[in-house]
Design a binder for this molecule. Structure first.
Ligand code: ADP
Ligand code: ASP
Ligand code: MG
Length: 407
C-alpha cells in the first residue's frame, strides 16, 4: 500500500459534473488499495472572480482581507469533493490549509511555507479517510490566512507529499503533461516523457504555468517524483524527477513565455556608488522581486537604469520608484506593461555555442524587436512586445526543431 498525493486544478473541478468525475478517479486509486491525500484548486475561474469582486468594493483591497477571501475558493471545492466521495461510499474528510498544518510567513499573496506539521492529515488517513486539502493556502503563526501565489495549489501538493513521505505527487490538469511549449500556442508541441527538476524549474519560473515553480523547487529539494497528467484522459503524463540524462541532450528542451512582465526605466540617473542599492532596497522591502536589470554605460556620469518586475506588482512598485527618483535626482521614470518574456531552456545548452545566435535570428526573421536579454547557464530570455509573443514562441519552436524532438 502506497501513499499518493493527487492534485486537481481549477479546470478539472470547474462544475459539479467535473467534481464527480474527479471523485471517481480518486475512488479508483483508493480501490487499488493506496492511501490518498487530495489537493484541490478553486472551481474554474473562481479566484479571478473573487479578485474582481474585491476590486469592485475596493480598488486596492487590503492584502490580509484579500487572502482570506481567496482562500474560500479552495474551501468550496475541497468540501464538495469530500461530499462527492462520501456519496459514492468512500470515507473522506476535507481540511483547510491551516487544519492540514501548513504554516507560512506573513507575506500575503505570495507566502512561503515555513513548516508543515501534517498530524491531522496522518490521523485522518489512519481512520481510513481520503483526506481532501484546500490548496493554495496556509496560516501564519498568528492564525492569519495567507495564500501561496497564483498557481500555488501545486506547491501545497508537493509540500504535503514531501512532509508525508508519499511515494509520488500526481498533478492532474487540463493538458496531458509537460510539452516542449504551451500546446495551446504551438499545436506541434511534443509531450515530454520525463524532465529533470532543473529544466522544469527554469520553464516554470519563466512562465510555463503547467507547474508552479515553487512546487518544482520543493520536489527537487525533497526528491519527490512528480507526475503531470490529464484529469480527463488516461494518457501517460510527464515524470519530473532527478537523475534524467542531461549531457547527451545537447539541445533546447522547451520554450517558455510569460506576459506577467512590466519594465520600469529611470532616466538620467547620476552614476555614483549606492544608487542601485537606493533603488532596489525599498523594492525588496515591499516584497517586490526585480528580474532583469540593465544599466547603460554612463555619459558625463549620467546613466539610465531599466529593470523588470511582475506586471501584477507594477502599481505597488511605481510610487516607490518615483519617491527614490526624487531623492537620487533622476530626471524621470516610466513603466511599460505591454511586454512579454520568451525563453529557451535546456541543460544541453551549457557551454555550447550558437544557441543565442539562432534565437536572435529566428526572432529577427519575424521582425520581432528584442528589448532586453538575460541569460543563465541553461536558458536565454528575451523581453519583447506582448503582441508578438505567440509568434515568437512558434518561431523558436521551429528554429530549434522541437516538433522533431526525441522525447
Ligand atoms: P491547473 O488549473 O490544472 O493548475 P493551469 O492552467 O495552471 O492548470 O496549467 C495548465 C496550463 O498550462 C495548460 O492549459 C497550458 O495552456 C499551460 N502551459 C504553459 N506551458 C506549458 C507547457 N510547456 N506544457 C504544458 N502546458 C503548458
Ligand atoms: N486558485 C488559485 C489560482 O487560481 C491557486 C491554483 O489554482 O493553484 O491561482
Ligand atoms: Mg496551475
Amino acid at each position: 500500500m502506497a501513499l499518493i498525493v493527487q492534485k486537481y486544478g481549477g479546470s478539472s473541478v470547474a462544475d459539479a459534473e467535473k467534481i464527480k468525475n474527479v471523485a471517481r478517479r480518486i475512488a479508483a486509486t483508493r480501490d487499488k488499495g493506496d492511501e490518498v491525500v487530495v489537493v484541490v484548486s478553486a472551481m474554474g475561474d473562481t479566484t479571478d472572480e473573487l479578485i474582481q469582486l474585491a476590486r469592485q468594493i475596493n480598488p486596492r483591497p487590503p492584502e490580509r482581507e484579500l487572502d482570506l477571501l481567496l482562500s474560500t475558493g479552495e474551501i468550496v471545492s475541497c468540501t464538495l469533493m469530500a461530499m462527492a466521495l462520501n456519496y459514492m461510499g468512500y470515507k473522506a474528510v476535507s481540511l483547510t490549509g491551516a487544519q492540514a498544518g501548513i504554516e507560512t510567513d506573513t507575506s500575503h499573496s505570495k507566502a512561503r511555507i515555513l513548516r508543515l506539521e501534517p498530524k491531522r492529515v496522518v490521523r485522518e488517513l489512519e481512520r481510513g479517510n481520503v483526506v481532501v486539502v484546500a490548496g493554495f493556502q496556509g496560516v501564519t503563526r498568528d492564525m492569519d490566512v495567507t495564500t501561496l501565489g497564483r498557481g500555488g495549489s501545486d506547491t501545497t501538493a508537493v509540500a504535503l507529499a514531501a512532509a508525508l513521505r508519499a511515494q509520488r505527487c500526481e498533478i492532474y490538469t487540463d493538458v496531458e503533461g509537460v510539452y516542449t511549449a504551451d500546446p495551446r500556442i504551438v499545436p506541434e508541441a511534443r509531450k515530454l516523457k520525463e524532465i529533470g527538476y532543473e529544466e522544469m524549474l527554469e520553464l516554470a519560473t519563466l512562465g510555463a504555468k503547467v507547474m508552479h515553480s515553487r512546487a518544482v523547487e520543493l520536489g527537487q529539494l525533497y526528491n519527490v517524483p512528480i507526475l503531470v497528467a490529464s484529469s480527463f484522459t488516461d494518457a501517460p503524463g510527464t515524470m519530473i524527477r532527478g537523475g534524467t540524462a542531461m549531457e547527451v541532450r545537447n539541445r533546447v528542451r522547451g520554450i517558455a513565455h510569460d506576459v506577467n512582465v512590466a519594465k520600469i526605466t529611470l532616466v538620467g540617473v547620476p552614476d555614483r556608488p549606492g544608487i542601485a542599492a537606493a533603488v532596489f532596497q525599498p523594492l525588496a522591502k515591499a516584497n517586490i522581486s526585480v528580474d532583469t536589470i540593465v544599466q547603460n554605460a554612463s555619459i558625463n556620469n549620467i546613466t539610465d537604469l531599466t529593470f523588470t518586475v511582475a506586471r501584477s506588482d507594477v502599481d505597488k512598485a511605481m510610487p516607490i520608484v518615483r519617491e527614490v527618483a526624487k531623492t537620487i535626482g533622476a530626471k524621470e521614470c516610466a513603466s511599460d506593461s505591454t511586454l512579454a518574456k520568451v525563453s529557451i531552456v535546456g541543460t544541453g545548452m551549457q557551454g555550447a555555442p550558437g544557441y543565442a545566435a539562432t534565437m536572435f535570428r529566428a526572432l529577427s526573421e519575424q521582425g520581432i524587436n528584442i528589448q532586453l536579454i538575460t541569460t543563465s547557464e541553461i536558458r536565454i530570455t528575451c523581453i519583447i512586445s506582448e503582441d508578438r509573443v505567440k509568434d515568437a514562441v512558434r518561431a523558436l519552436h521551429k528554429a530549434f526543431e522541437l516538433e522533431k524532438a526525441e522525447l
